[in-house]
Design a binder for this molecule. Structure first.
Ligand SMILES: *Cc1c(COP(=O)(O)O)cnc(C)c1O
Length: 432
């Protein structure tokens, strides 16, 4: 199809890595127009935690459409929205002892981040927000100012302001707790950094290269926020909705953020949807102050409710994610020690993992080789040096193994390590 070259903007990105025309998708698979089958380890960059077109959500969605349920409702109260809120409250918030108000923003992650930053600024009356090296929070200007990546920042066209950048966990080496530095600059009236409104942080940096903060660091960060009166915002857009093995990525750390952003896998079905969870006393919005035409994506309410009901009514799913995550950790560590020659490192938490290949060129060769073998997998990090494993959490054990086998085989090829013989495997039937 020449139409893409003819009139689609150069801004496209994923389409360059996977130059096929996709026609169908189901579970952990996608098919192109020539009938080739691909295992999907990109999964909407963390949007398809429950796989493509999951029947558990598709059937309620089709019923809802067939009965002419409200599709678009601005922020009107609809039955679908009410039922989503009930499930969120009963299945997620109450069992965790969490009390938050729910703000529906425009349906993208970046819009939720904008809203979160506005609330923090308006409630505290302070302007600046502490953000972290390699953080990614979206590309609208407010969220972009919190994002570290220069490729994205350089496209802003205006000065990005209103943030202070601090070193993330591990940025200065394993033994340095960077929250000590934050505490120090916030304590010193001559540090040049006075009274920020908030901190915004990812517990595992997705676009930044799968950097997982330690639980201790997160607890220390919260303590520094409490000590200096900063609001604590966790951007759980990519790490949340089960990716790390619990609904929120910060549960095991035992922290209580003041504000939480969720999007990506929240709708469960890949439908656009974002919310901000706000500590009740901070919900000081005036009616309509932050609005948006598409805050009432009722189709997403229907599928999001189904996702919460089906997967989060007990611990079964979370435990299964943890189990598969442990398998991934074992496999990735094994690959790193077999082929990495001391250069590669495995990183991440739960089913949010990656292999840091140090070189972006090498990582690209590996993902390109993997694509030829029928695996869709992308890179992340400042130099795109990290091969990022983001398969659906619902993936079967066999397909999880098969995908990792393909990455291993690709690394073996690219690193010309014919001397290391992996065990016999069968790949998916594939055209190149
Ligand atoms: C993807 C992402 C965003 C931005 O979401 P969009 O829907 O692309 O605007 C913000 N924060 C994090 C952590 C993300 O991964």
């Amino acid at each position: 199809m020449k139409i893409f070259e003819e009139i689609e903007s150069e801004v496209m990105s994923y389409a360059r890595s996977f130059p096929r025309i996709f026609t169908r998708s189901k579970g952990e698979f996608m098919w192109d127009e020539d009938g080739n089958k691909y295992l999907d380890f990109l999964a909407g960059a963390g949007t398809l935690n429950y796989g493509h077109n999951n029947d558990l959500f598709k059937l309620p969605l089709l019923d809802y459409i067939a009965s002419d349920g409200v599709t678009h409702g601005l922020d009107l109260h609809t039955k679908a929205k009410g039922e989503f809120l009930e499930s969120l409250n009963e299945k997620i918030l109450k069992p965790r002892g969490m009390e938050y108000m729910v703000q529906f923003t425009g349906p993208t992650g970046t819009n939720a981040v904008e809203a979160a930053m506005k609330i923090a600024r308006n409630v505290t009356g302070q302007r600046n927000i502490v953000t972290f090296t390699n953080g990614f929070h979206g590309v609208s200007l407010g969220a972009l100012s919190a994002t570290g990546n220069s490729h994205h920042r350089n496209a802003a066209g205006v000065t990005l302001s209103g943030t202070h950048r601090m070193p993330y966990d591990g940025y200065l080496g394993e033994d340095i707790d960077t929250t000590v530095y934050l505490d120090k600059v916030l304590s010193d009236s001559s540090s040049g950094i006075n009274s920020p409104a908030a901190v915004i942080v990812e517990t595992v940096q997705g676009e930044g290269g799968i950097n997982a903060a330690s639980f201790e660091w997160l607890r220390n960060l919260q303590a520094v926020c409490r000590k200096h009166g900063l609001l604590f915002i966790v951007d759980d857009i990519q790490a949340g909705c089960g990716r790390t093995g619990s609904f929120f990525s910060f549960e095991e750390a035992g922290i209580q953020p003041d504000i939480i952003t969720l999007s990506k896998s929240l709708s469960g079905y890949g439908l656009p949807f974002a919310v901000v969870l706000i500590r009740p006393d901070l919900d000081q919005w005036k009616p309509g102050e932050h609005n948006g035409t598409f805050r009432g994506n009722n189709l997403a309410f229907v599928t999001a409710k189904a996702a919460l009901d089906q997967f989060w009514s007990d611990d079964k799913f979370a435990n299964d994610v943890k189990r598969k995550g442990e398998y991934m950790t074992g496999r990735l560590n094994d690959i790193v020690s077999k082929y990495g020659e001391g250069n590669f490192t495995a990183r991440g938490r739960g089913m949010f993992q990656g292999i840091n290949c140090v070189s972006g060129e090498l990582a690209d060769k590996i993902t390109s080789a993997a694509f030829k073998k029928g695996l869709i997998i992308e890179t992340s990090g400042a130099d795109d040096q990290v091969v990022k494993f983001l398969c659906p959490l619902t993936i079967s054990d066999d397909n999880l193994k098969a995908g990792i086998d393909i990455v291993e085989e690709s690394i073996r090829e690219v690193c010309a390590r014919a001397d290391v013989i992996p065990e016999e495997k069968e790949y998916f039937p594939q055209a190149g």
